[in-house]
Design a binder for this molecule. Structure first.
Ligand SMILES: [Zn+2]
Ligand SMILES: [Zn+2]
Ligand SMILES: [Zn+2]
Ligand SMILES: [Zn+2]
Length: 721
């Protein structure tokens, strides 16, 4: 038996149809190993940025299954996706099941021809590709960890920042500031309804859009006094060339405009098509089409649209990584006009089919007509009327959505007299630049060299998941939190979140993939100065004040001025005398009830009352002068519930009680902070036979263990052997 391993069950199913009985096809179902979730020790920085991987939770079973199959196989073939991530998955599988000499095969479409051909030419795992993927993971982890840590301290706990996510957020914020500072200007659109002897009324629009109302009135006045005529008719034949076949970014953009799909949606639908063997690999930045594909297109074009409409076209765009990105996204079999299981799959498939076929067809020819009219003295700007007609549709036959409606003009002659029926002016205002849509942002990221086909969709998803950006209809709107975080990073990490730096880093990762750059040096060159920068920002004050509020809005409690602050749910106004006064308003000026005063004086400082606050773990009562006074009153009711009834063996006075910390629940003495005795799990009330410390609850297999980690009784199952 020969074993072929892929990452997805759907892909495995498709491939197994193409291979004979000698092959068993099995899926790893995604990643089987990854960096530990929250631990910076995941990476040995001093040892050369070596990542320490661990098995993804729940994957032990599948690893064992694959291991068993592999041990009985005469040959093991790794057929994960043809890019860096796929290469890394192949390597992880090989490591996890301990393969000696795995064969790696690569194909860009899951068809019988492609798969059988690939199996004939196996290679070793490409260490450069795998290392480039590793470098991305390690970089992102280090930057994310350090930058987020700083933001927790300086802005607010729980926020995050990232290497590629932050530049994308900055681009959105820069546009937002343009919109905020935009001052609209008035302008006027003038249109005249004119009639010739031979035809109906026609609407001509003034070619100048005056910004001055006096000028508008002057034009209107003259227009009504003099007689009108056609001054010119210009006909031009223009060519419209088809667009290049789809790459990841253009597919995401088209699916967004045509169907309203988000980029992540497009990618998941495309992946389903790919796994069924219906389209080529959907992560690519190459516009290439194979010779075989072009032959098929030629056949389709001449059969369906006409013999002379095929034209072999090559699109200029060079892939950044020729060895990874192989071809554009196209149907595996172009002779098939429709495919897919669901409505969405069918729609996306047909979109890809249309674009692929159209890309190899002759240009469309369109006749554009412009008719201009003016008054006798020609003392006002020209008024114009446009028409257009497709002379020969060419590629538009395959992609009719790209066609614009014909605007037919009536027969009209130069110098023909026109009768003015009416003339109107409409006042308008110039508009600020629009916010980015998801597809628009991807276009912008691509233009600036930020991100790669494999990451565009996830960058946007991260910004939305973090609450930095919300989608309003199709526009990406930064939230207050996004604004504050971006502003902080722009002020303090200008270089690191710049376009040029991020693009340079992408190029360096590409160079690692191409074997032209060293992993350790790349990470070191980046990380050493970066960490210095992070350390130097430690002195920064925490940002609590986002500026003065409108002075008309006074504190509802004491009438003092207010300042803008950031809470979990966005900006709000706080009394500038906080914490001495807790008056607050919403950002729009409405009064906020705020924390409830208990009427009880703080026993610690005696300067203010205790108030009710809402914390991470529920309501509690504390001094209103926090953080100046840190007194917290323990509620006797809740305290009773948390006590375990087990006496503290250290001070022999307190009782062990449940507490919550950063790493979850633990148990410590009720006399804290006077007594600091703490253990990890719930005490059972028994004492250790070896060291007389508290025994605590263990796991399913070890019901009880000593609370002292260094005690042998901490691992009683080992003692028994
Ligand atoms: Zn106040
Ligand atoms: Zn106090
Ligand atoms: Zn104690
Ligand atoms: Zn013990």
């Amino acid at each position: 038996m020969k074993l072929l391993i892929v990452e997805s069950p759907a892909k495995a199913k498709t491939i197994s149809k193409y291979l004979d009985d000698k092959y068993e096809v099995v899926a790893s179902v995604g990643h089987i190993r990854d960096l530990p979730k929250s631990n910076k020790k995941a990476i040995d920085i001093d040892g050369g940025f070596i990542p320490h991987y661990e098995t993804v939770k729940g994957k032990e079973k599948i690893i064992n299954e694959i291991k068993k199959l592999a041990s009985g196989a005469e040959e093991v073939v790794l057929a994960t996706d043809p890019d860096r991530e796929g290469e890394a998955i192949a390597w992880h599988i090989s490591e996890a099941i301990g393969l000696k000499k795995p064969k790696r095969v690569v194909f860009y479409e899951i068809t019988k021809e492609a798969v059988t051909e690939a199996i004939k030419h196996p290679r070793d795992i490409d260490n450069n590709l795998k290392t480039a993927q590793e470098a991305r993971r390690v970089l992102d982890r280090l930057v994310g960890y350090d930058l987020s840590g700083l933001i927790w301290k300086k802005v607010r706990y729980g926020l995050s920042a990232g290497r590629v996510q932050s530049p994308a957020l900055r681009i959105i914020m820069e546009r937002e500031r343009e919109i905020r500072s935009f001052v609209p200007e008035k302008f006027w659109v003038l249109s005249s309804k004119l009639k010739s002897e031979s035809c109906d009324e026609l609407i001509f629009v003034c070619e100048k859009e005056p910004r001055d109302e006096n000028e508008v009135n002057e034009i209107l006045e003259k227009a009504k006094k003099e007689s009108w005529s056609v001054v010119d008719i210009k006909e031009t034949e223009v060519k419209r060339a088809p667009r290049a076949p789809f790459i990841t970014s253009t597919l995401q953009q088209s699916a967004s405009t045509r169907f309203g799909f988000s980029p992540s949606k497009t990618m998941s639908v495309a992946q389903k098509l790919y796994e069924q063997g219906l389209i080529t690999y959907m992560r690519t930045d190459s516009t290439n089409l194979s010779a075989v594909a072009k032959k098929q297109i030629e056949e389709v074009v001449s059969k369906k649209f006409g013999k002379n409409l095929f034209e072999n076209k090559v699109y200029g765009r060079k892939s950044k990584n020729a060895q990874e990105a192989h071809e554009a996204i196209r149907p595996s079999n172009i002779l098939k006009e429709g495919a897919g299981n669901t409505e969405e799959q069918k729609k996306l498939y047909f979109l890809i089919w249309q674009r692929t076929v159209a890309s190899q067809m002759i240009d469309a020819k369109v006749l554009r007509t412009k008719v201009t009219a003016n008054i006798q003295s020609k003392s006002i700007p020209n008024f114009a009327l446009y028409g257009s007609r497709v002379l020969s549709p060419g590629w538009l036959l395959a992609d009719p959505h790209a066609k614009k409606e014909d605007v037919e003009l009536p027969k009209i002659q130069k110098n023909e007299d026109l009768e003015l029926i009416s003339i109107d002016s409409e006042g308008k205002e110039t508009l600020p630049p629009p916010r980015y849509s998801e597809a628009g942002l991807i276009k912008e990221l691509e233009k600036r060299g930020i991100g790669r086909p494999s990451t565009y969709a996830s960058i946007i998803r991260t910004l939305i998941d973090r609450g930095y950006v919300v989608k309003e209809q199709r526009a990406l709107l930064p939230t207050d939190t996004g604004d504050v975080v971006s502003t902080f990073l722009e002020n303090n990490f200008t270089e690191y979140i710049s376009d040029s730096f991020t693009a340079l880093m992408e190029n360096e990762l590409d160079d690692i993939a191409n074997g032209k750059r060293n992993y350790e040096k790349t990470l070191k060159d980046f990380y050493v100065p970066f960490q210095k920068e992070i350390k130097s920002k430690d002195k920064l004050e925490k940002i609590t004040n986002l500026g003065k509020a409108d002075p008309k809005l006074k504190c509802p409690k004491c009438q003092a001025n207010m300042i803008i602050k950031l809470s979990k749910s966005g900006k709000f106004l706080s009394c500038e005398r906080f914490p001495d006064c807790t008056g607050a308003r919403t950002i729009d000026g409405e009064e906020l009830a705020g924390p409830k005063d208990t009427g009880e004086l703080c026993p610690e400082c005696g300067k203010a009352n205790l108030i009710e606050r809402d914390g991470k773990f529920g309501r509690f009562i504390a001094c209103s002068r926090y953080p100046k006074c840190k007194f917290v009153k323990e509620d006797p009711e809740t305290k009773k519930k948390l006590l375990t009834g087990v006496k503290c063996p250290v001070c022999k006075d307190g009782e062990m009680m449940e507490r919550r910390g950063r790493f979850g629940i633990f148990y410590s003495c009720s006399n804290y902070p006077a007594c600091k005795h703490a253990i990890k799990a719930k005490p059972t009330g028994k004492f250790c036979e070896l060291c007389n410390s508290l025994m605590m609850e263990g796991t399913k297999t070890i019901p009880e263990r000593c609370s002292v980690k260094s005690c042998e009784n901490h691992n009683p199952h080992k003692l028994m052997k």
